[in-house]
Structure formats: C-alpha cells, structure tokens
Design a protein around this ligand. Structure first.
Ligand code: IMP
Ligand code: ZN
Length: 351
C-alpha cells in the first residue's frame, strides 16, 4: 500500500473548489478597491475618501463584529458607488476566485440602490448578473458563477419583499437563492418569514446566517430560522446539541468559514478549535468557504490548506468533503453532474 501524497499549498491551489458562501462586496481585494479609488480621484480630485491601501492596510485582518459591518456602510459602499465600479469590482472578484482554482461559485449580494447616481436595486442586480453571465459564457473560463440575493437583517418587511421580487424576476438569469445576512446584533428575523416562504414557493433555495454570534442564537431565533426549511446554513457557531441534531436529521448543508471566524474572534480559540472539527464527522454537506476574502485575505485554497493542517486531513478526506459539498449546490442536475464528473476525472488526487 502506498502512502497518500501530503496536502500542500500546491495541491489546494490546484484542487477544483466550490465556493458557496462569499459576499460580493466583502470579496473585493484591496488592490481592486485601490484601482477604483485612483480612477475616482482622477475624475474628482476633491474626492473625500481615504485611499483603500490606507483605510484597509494590507495585512490588517483583525476586524471584529463591531468594526466589520461599518467598514461597508461607512467606506466600501461609498467607494463602489456607481455601476462602473460595481461592474469592475465584480469582474475582479470572479477573476480572483477563478485564479485560485474555484470551479463553481455562488456569490451573494444585497441589492443596493444608489439614488444619487440614479441606480435602482434592479439596475444593481442586473449589472452583477450580466458580469456573472459573461464570465460563465466565456469558454476560456473554468469557473461558473451564480447569484444569491441577500436580505439584510436591518431590512424592513417591504425591503425584504423587494429582494424576493428581484430574485424571482431574475431567476432565469442566474439567481439561485435567497440569503439572510447582516449584523447579527440587529433586527428581528421573524418579520421575514413571509419573504422566505415566497422565495421557496417560487423554487428558489434558501441559505441563512445561523447562530453567528450569541446574540443571534436564541432558541426562538434558531427555531424560527429552521422552520423556514433552509437548504443551507452559514457559520453555525453557537448551536446546542438539540439544533445540531435537527440540522443533521434534515441533512442541511453547512457553510463554514475558518479564517473569518478566527480573525473576527467569532469562535473561542483558534483554527484547531473550529467547529469544522465536529461537522466534518457528520453526514451533512460541509462547504469550506471564504465569507469575505477581501477583508480576511484567506483565499479558498488557503482555507482548505488550513483545514488540512489543523485537522490532519488527507487528500482522500478532502476529496470526500468536496464531493459531499456538491450535494448542497443551489443549481440543478447539469452543474451537479459537471462537478461530480470533474472530481471523478481530476488527475491531481495522487500527483
Ligand atoms: P454585499 O451584500 O455584496 O454588499 O456584501 C457585503 C455585505 O454582506 C455586508 O454589508 C454585510 O451585510 C454582509 N456580510 C458580509 N459578511 C457577513 C457576515 O459574516 N455575517 C453577516 N453578514 C455579512
Ligand atoms: Zn457571511
């Protein structure tokens, strides 16, 4: 019997990867933000926004729950504030995932209107979808990209309904699901029950940020979220045994983000304490994911490497993990079959 080759960075870079939990704006690299800033500065030398390389210096990843969310509302959204910058940054995000060896991505984003520029939420979604479609349709690209629309916990019921309207409208153009995201300290999730039920009835899949912080992990909140019959759950940190069992019984996929949880101190301890160590022994689909690679700077290949290092994963275990994650993708049989075949025929397992 020959020993398996070790899991090194070269292996995890080449590994065909599936990314199921990535926020579009949080995935924009600092260099890309800097390019956008430079262009704007040329157009308007009076632009009153700090250079991204100063505001979010390279190497800074210690954003926690109190500094992370304001980074978007008070800085990145002000920079990505028109359709050209949204288009440019979406293209760059797709290029980054593809060059890291991602072969399938379900990006998620919160529809955003920019009234000062005459941009509606509909324009925003259509612009992002057009970029995704162009990427997927280009036969030189090995990665295919789909979109999940996010409802923010701070949204009103009417705003949430608008997100569902858009998701349904653009379902045939690449929107595959609905997400619940945003600051876990904010909002009452109960008000979104109707929106998620309507999305499900329309054939959209559902993923929810689940028990991300203690404040968003009350029995009432978790029971409410599970009653919507989600297809996947993100983070799944502060979950007691009773809920774990329900997730396993219902075979709900979990999206786990190691570096984000460690850097943002969402878990106690470090990588080896991450609850990936528990979920990997369950039967549910487990998708290692980046969450916000632009902020936490750990691409998906690095997440697989970290998981392998801290949990002693062998190549065959990584293979099983990837193949299991395919079971929880939000697109249909075509992509499912493409990915299964890709893993079956990949020549890198033993090289
Ligand atoms: P966007 O939806 O493409 O604009 O991506 C950024 C948004 O995603 C942020 O404003 C947050 O609302 C949301 N987001 C990013 N990371 C997280 C997370 O870890 N938990 C909850 N929401 C998040
Ligand atoms: Zn997230």
């Amino acid at each position: 019997m020959t020993a398996e080759c070790p899991v090194d960075v070269a292996f995890t870079r080449r590994l065909p990867k599936i990314e199921l939990h990535a926020h579009l704006t949080g995935s924009i690299s600092r260099d890309c933000l800097h390019d956008i800033w430079k262009t704007k500065k040329v157009q308007d030398p009076e632009l009153d926004l700090a250079d991204p390389l100063v505001a979010i210096p390279h190497g800074k990843v210690d954003y926690d729950i109190t500094t992370f969310f304001p980074l978007f509302s008070s800085y990145i959204y002000k920079l990505c504030s028109d359709l050209p910058s949204i288009e440019y940054s979406t293209q760059a995000v797709l290029r980054d995932f593809q060059s890291d060896g991602v072969v399938y991505v379900e990006l998620r984003t919160t529809p955003r209107a920019i009234p000062g520029m005459g941009v509606t939420k509909d324009h925003y979604v259509k612009t992002v979808l057009d970029v995704l479609r162009a990427h997927t349709d280009n036969s030189e690209n090995t990665m295919r990209a789909f979109l999940i629309l996010s409802i923010d916990r701070r949204n009103s019921t009417a705003e949430a309904e608008e997100v569902v309207d858009l998701a349904v409208k653009y379902q045939s153009a690449g929107v595959v699901g609905l997400d619940l995201c945003g600051d876990p300290a904010k909002g009452d999730v109960g008000i979104f029950a109707h929106s998620f039920a309507r999305a499900k009835a329309a054939g959209l899949k559902i993923t929810l940020h689940f028990a991300e912080s203690e404040t968003s992990a009350s029995d009432l909140e978790l029971q409410t979220l599970l009653s919507w019959k989600p297809d996947r759950l993100g983070h799944v940190i502060h979950v007691k045994e009773e809920f774990r069992r329900m997730i396993e019984q219902q075979n709900i996929g979990v999206e786990l983000c190691l570096s984000c949880n460690v850097h943002a101190k969402m878990i106690t301890g470090t990588y080896s304490d991450h609850h990936f160590g528990m979920w990997r022994h369950s039967k549910v689909p487990v998708a290692l994911s980046t969450d916000d690679v632009g902020v936490f700077c750990s691409p998906l290949s690095q997440e697989y490497y970290l998981a392998a290092q801290h949990f002693g994963l062998r190549r065959s275990e990584i293979r099983a993990l990837c193949e299991r994650a395919v079971e929880s993708i939000f697109t249909g049989p075509y992509e499912h079959m493409r990915l299964i075949k890709l893993y079956a025929g990949w020549d890198g397992w033993e090289v």
